[in-house]
Design a protein around this ligand. Structure first.
Ligand code: SAM
Length: 283
């Protein structure tokens, strides 16, 4: 079965994406390793190291500028948020960094919350889990305590100009309305705050590698999904969503259109463009 997303409405796409991630939540971490040969870990490590959360040029005495609020959007099962906390608290020895991990899907967040129990208590205390659609961060709720009942928590907004660093890893291609999400990123960031995105991208600068990569994606990944997770359709969707996502240059232009300034070419290719990092600063 193929999802013909070109013909569906935004609401239908949202519902399908919700179905995909609810169905893959339990197998998500294992499948990531299998599908990318473990490369996603290297990309995530590099992404977080390049942002160096909690780093302060002043090393002596307290530095109020070093306190940071990181918003990890589409944070899923926590891979980026946990790395951010480790780099900030352990590598940069800066406990004044907190991370809000936000996702539209409570099943993914619940796996993340369970995984976070293995973190040191100080890191757990610096983490907040919220349910939100990245396209509208004026309506967020704390993670639902019970996935089968309506969320009892009241909604609240992520305030404008309140976030130092906005991260989104392997999430944005699933959004129904990417320009709306970029506008929300711009709204919640402080002036001087950074938008940083890690996402699958285009390999077309390397034609031979591209051919092999496409074969792997379109043939092997749905098959692995079927054999390992018993769910071919969800992984077929993931591959198609990568194919539909804009090129490095097109996506950079969307970030600029949302009001961000970018340095250099605006992106960094990883593994020949299988993934790419885009960054922008809110002026
Ligand atoms: N960032 C994590 C990582 O790198 O492992 C999770 C990535 S996972 C491939 C994509 C996540 O995007 C899913 O958890 C899904 O629920 C979330 N997502 C999809 N559409 C969303 C939306 N409109 N707003 C917020 N999150 C969304």
């Amino acid at each position: 079965t193929h999802f013909g997303f070109e013909t569906v409405t935004e609401a239908e796409k949202r519902e399908r994406v919700a179905g995909v991630f609810t169905s893959v939540a339990e197998s998500y971490d294992r499948m990531n390793d299998l599908m990318s040969f473990g490369w996603h870990r290297i990309w995530k490590d590099h992404f977080v190291a390049s942002l160096n959360p909690g780093f302060s040029p002043l090393t002596d005495g307290p530095d109020p500028r070093a306190s940071q609020h990181i918003l990890d959007i589409a944070g899923g099962t926590g891979d980026i948020a946990f790395r951010m906390l480790h780099t900030a608290h352990v590598v940069n020895r800066n406990p004044d960094v907190r991370v809000t991990i936000s996702d539209i899907n409570p099943a993914m967040l619940t796996v993340g919350k369970q995984r976070s129990a293995a973190l040191p208590a100080s890191q757990q205390a610096a983490l907040t889990f919220v349910e939100a659609n990245a396209e509208d961060l004026t309506k967020t709720t704390p993670l639902s305590p019970n996935l089968s009942a309506p969320n009892p928590h009241p909604t609240s907004a992520i305030p404008s100009n309140s976030v130092d660093l906005y991260t989104v890893a392997f999430g944005i291609r699933n959004f129904s309305n990417i320009p709306a999400a970029l506008r929300e990123a711009h709204r919640v960031l402080k002036p001087g705050g950074v938008f940083a995105c890690l996402e699958f991208s285009k390999v077309d600068k390397h034609p031979l590698f591209n051919t092999i990569y496409k074969e792997w994606s379109f043939r092997a990944i749905p098959l692995i999904g079927q054999l390992v997770a018993g769910d071919r359709d969800s992984y077929q969707y993931l591959v198609e969503s990568i194919e539909r996502f804009p090129s490095q240059e097109e996506f950079r232009d969307m970030i600029v259109d949302a009001g961000f300034v970018v340095g250099g070419c605006g992106y960094e290719d990883l593994t020949g463009g299988v993934a790419a990092i885009h960054k922008g600063m809110k002026p």
